[in-house]
Design a binder for this molecule. Structure first.
Ligand code: NAP
Length: 259
């Protein structure tokens, strides 16, 4: 009879002993993902704008996990470098979840360069450089997981959201590029493409009766998603269960893309 190793006896989704960094964890998908990771056993570092992570921090404490809050505007290049270097020096980050994101709903003919840059700076440039700073030690160590929140607009163009669609196509591209570079070093880089989820990001759509109805009609699940629908996928891609999953963009959309 063969004896099972300790690793074989653990749940493949167990995150005890892992440190996970989540950006924009104060509300919406980021909060749900942070709490999902904490329930799976991870300790957390919450990166976000001053004051906005406090409620999530308290909920992580209630779950019995360690948690640190670090102020960071992910569009601030100097701050990303400073925080990235500090975290890389002070702790072993096992998991990075790039969640922070913004959307600008506007006709393409009216988009200004400033508005374009604002979206790209948060959704793509900040994300890439956080990957660089926190992924470097993962690659040197030979283990780690990066999970970015992409979008259905990593595949589709959407309506009146050109900068957002460009940024989220970019997130899918960066995910695959980093997977190719870091996969051989033991780091898995994946993304989640949420469907239409009821958060502040989609308030305008839900308040427009025509858009709201036409979106709902295309979702085989027959409902909008809720933030907690994304947590399980994030736990999966952050866990040993996904050790052989790399460069993948996992759609969690109630079936939207199947139509
Ligand atoms: P949300 O409720 O609007 O949350 C956005 C989060 O990003 C907030 O925590 C916000 O922090 C943070 N954030 C924005 N700009 C930031 C910056 N410069 N620095 C640090 N944090 C910043 O929207 P959500 O739906 O949860 O969105 C989370 C992610 O999911 C985004 O990447 C979004 O594109 C993506 N997504 C959402 C949907 C959906 O249907 N909801 C679908 C596909 C993809 P503050 O609280 O400080 O503003």
């Amino acid at each position: 009879m063969t004896t099972q190793t300790e690793a074989e006896l653990r749940s493949p989704f167990d995150l005890h002993g892992r440190c996970a960094v989540v950006t924009g964890a104060g509300r919406g998908l980021g909060r749900a993902v942070a709490l999902g990771l904490a329930r799976a056993g991870a300790d957390l570092v919450l990166l976000g704008r001053p004051g906005s992570q406090d409620g999530t921090r308290d909920q992580v404490v209630d779950l019995g996990r360690d948690v640190e809050v670090v102020d960071l505007d992910v569009s601030d290049a100097d701050a990303v470098e400073r925080v990235g270097a500090r975290l890389a020096a002070d702790r072993q980050v096992d998991i990075l979840v790039n969640n922070a994101g913004i959307i600008d709903r506007e006709d393409s003919v009216s988009v200004t360069r400033d508005a374009w840059n604002r979206v790209l700076d948060v959704n793509l440039t900040g994300l890439f450089f956080l990957c660089q700073h926190l992924g470097r030690p993962m690659a040197e160590r030979g283990s780690g997981k990066v999970v970015s929140i992409a979008s259905l607009l990593s595949f589709q163009g959407g309506i009146r959201v050109a900068s957002y669609a460009a940024s989220k196509h970019g997130v899918a591209g960066v995910t695959k590029a980093l997977a190719n570079e870091w996969g051989p070093l033991g780091v898995q880089v994946n993304a989640i493409a949420p469907g239409y989820i009821a958060t502040d990001n989609t308030t305008a759509l839900r308040e427009d009766p025509d858009r709201s109805r036409s979106i709902l009609e295309r979702i085989p699940a027959g409902r909008w998603g809720v933030a907690s629908d994304i947590a399980g996928a994030a736990v999966f891609l952050s866990s040993p269960a996904a050790d052989y999953v790399n460069g993948h963009v996992l759609v969690v959309d109630g079936g939207w893309m199947a139509r």
